[in-house]
Ligand binder design. Structure first.
Ligand code: G3I
Length: 300
């Protein structure tokens, strides 16, 4: 196949990108978006601060624009993110304890209900683990509402949208390490106790290369009976094209790796300013990394 989206479909996967609503008027951007990508994730527009700017008042305008343009172009939509300590609106940041817990659960219920039946996979909880090398939970105000906040979030999301795949999503979990093992143990526990979880997202914000045990890490999660997805892929540095090929081949080698999302289209669209970590240059031209991904998708 000659596009990322078609090549991925031939392998039973999706290939997606993060999308910013503010760029949808850029014709180069939308041409590449609709030609090359079969799935979209709102980069910011479905987050808590965007969708519930004041308590109980919901604003879906930008998220709905992204959804509508995806539906018009036959693309899947990943929802991102229902519960995250970052990009919480100011009113929620000022809450704590049971009041914050209730506000979080209401937020999840409202947003997942608004998008019910339209979202392929939701990042229900994002970045809840710390980078302390011990696999601790991140000490956020959400965590301070009680250690069971993650499972409460997943149960609320399942009740609101039973057809969406419900994912836990994090970064620095791309190889086998203390943080990814803590997430792994949480999935083991959730599966044992019947807490609804369907997938784990590996953000994969990488530099130079993928961890040597990248595929093995995906596989150990898949072996627990959850899907795995590469959710925010971008790679800076010297080994860029090779690392993109490695990640793509790893996903194809794991039958429960259902798709890959890159975190933006052109280097100039990336949150990693100056890192040039994406598949298209600022002019929208395909980079060596693009060819490496396409060839990997077409291989085998
Ligand atoms: O929309 C406002 C604009 O009105 C204002 O003038 C401008 C001034 O700074 O800010 C704009 O908001 C920015 C927003 O992106 C939209 O561009 C925020 O400041 C900025 O913080 C925000 O950054 C986003 C970041 O998440 C926030 O944590 C990035 O675009 C987005 O790529 C990034 O994505 C995260 C994933 O959600 C989770 N995983 C990590 C990943 C990278 O940080």
């Amino acid at each position: 196949a000659t596009t990322l989206r078609a090549a991925a479909v031939e392998k039973g996967r999706y290939f997606g990108t993060a999308v910013a609503a503010s760029r949808l008027g850029d014709s180069t951007y939308t041409r590449i978006l609709n030609t090359e990508f079969g799935s979209v994730t709102a980069e910011n527009e479905m987050k808590w601060d965007a969708t519930e700017p004041s308590r109980g008042t919901f604003n879906y305008s930008s998220g709905d624009r992204i959804l509508a343009q995806a539906q018009a172009n036959g693309q899947l939509v990943r929802g991102h993110a229902l519960a995250w300590h970052s990009q919480m609106p100011g009113w929620a940041q000022s809450l704590s304890g049971s009041t914050l817990r209730s506000a979080m659960l209401n937020h999840i219920t409202q947003v997942a209900t608004h998008y019910r039946g339209k979202i392929h996979s939701w990042d229900v909880v994002n970045e809840a683990f710390a980078d302390d090398g011990r696999g601790s939970r991140r000490n956020s105000i959400l965590q301070q509402t009680g250690n069971d906040w993650i499972e409460a979030a997943f149960r609320a999301a399942r009740a609101a949208d039973p057809s969406a795949r419900l994912c836990y999503n994090d970064y620095n979990t791309d190889g086998v390490n203390a943080k990814s093992t803590a997430v792994y143990n949480m999935v083991v526990d959730f599966k044992a106790r019947g807490v609804p979880i369907d997938c784990v997202g590996f953000q994969s914000h990488l530099t130079n290369s993928a961890p040597g045990d990248y595929q093995a890490n995906l596989q150990r999660f898949a072996n627990l009976g959850v899907d795995v997805q590469i959710t925010e892929l971008d790679i800076s540095g010297s080994g860029q094209a090779d690392a993109y090929a490695t990640v793509t081949k790893a996903c194809l080698a794991v039958s429960r790796c259902t798709g890959i999302t890159v975190w933006g289209i052109r280097d100039s669209d990336s949150w990693r300013t100056g890192a040039n970590p994406l598949l298209f240059d600022a002019n929208g031209n395909k980079k060596a990394a693009y060819t490496a991904v396409l060839n990997a998708l077409n291989g085998g």
